[in-house]
Write a protein that binds this ligand. Sequence first.
Ligand code: C2E
Ligand code: CA
Ligand code: CA
Ligand code: CA
Length: 279
Amino acid sequence: AKENGGNGLELYMPSLGSRNDERFTMETGLRRALDRGEFSLLFQPQFHLATGELYGAEALLRWETPEGRQIPPCEFIPLAEETGLIIPIGQWVLEQACLACKRWYDNGHTSLIVSVNISALQFQSDLFPDAVRQVLRQTGTDPTRLCLEITEYTAVQNLERSIRILKELAGIGVKFAIDDFGTGQSQLVLLRKFPAHHIKIDTTFIRDMMEQPDDEAIVRAVIGLSHSLGLTVTAEGVETEGQMHKLRQMNCDRIQGYYTGRPMTSSQFKAWTKRLNLA
Ligand code: C2E
Ligand code: CA
Ligand code: CA
Ligand code: CA
């Protein structure tokens, strides 16, 4: 009956099956990607708004399969988190980012900061603080050149523990940024309880800031509030000169976005001694 029933079930099942196959294939691929060297890091420049000087770069993970398919992080990071693979992958990212930062440093760019995205599972792992210290030691990276980006969601998972980890690593000079600030369930209390160093205002506010007075008001308020609490602010997703000028008027500390530079390889970034023209 099941084999030859014509009730439309067969029409539905194969498509569901293929979606599962695709996911399965991606998961198997993800498991092999580290061993096969399919991951790479790109670096997107960040600038000081007051001086136009280069501040550093955010490391962004890329995956190219052997078939030459580029899989965007928004597709594979969630799967890496679900499967726990984000822990070894995140460790690799941290290592590569520190190695790149050490190379910039050895080339005379001693003030550049490398920012690394840390996922919730990775941050909450018992081994995390030791893993960070070990990577810093093994790569010879100055801890004060490293900034860890975590989201509000990650920080509030287990707030007391998050604060402990932050204090422990901040004690050796590592900086922390709260990523994607303003998205999700923002808890203002986090800013008071969680002694991070920087805030990154999410792209969505910057994108609509020029047309939407509400978004402009939010950006202005977040900058003011952050400064009163002793935090510095990076605006993400800056795509136009107009946005840059407005953010500068608002006393935003740093910008990152396509306007000042797309994500690029470590060697492209190293050779890239551009300074912003703020005129
Ligand atoms: P994110 O941390 O918010 O990173 C910023 C994203 O905005 C990057 O996307 C970057 O390429 C993009 N972007 C930069 N400037 C502009 C702009 O001017 N306009 C627009 N529209 N977009 C801009 P990407 O590289 O696709 O990464 C997406 C997300 O994947 C990241 O968001 C982060 O949450 C996650 N991710 C990337 N690399 C890693 C990693 O190594 N570890 C972990 N755990 N997550 C990562
Ligand atoms: Ca980030
Ligand atoms: Ca972000
Ligand atoms: Ca984001």
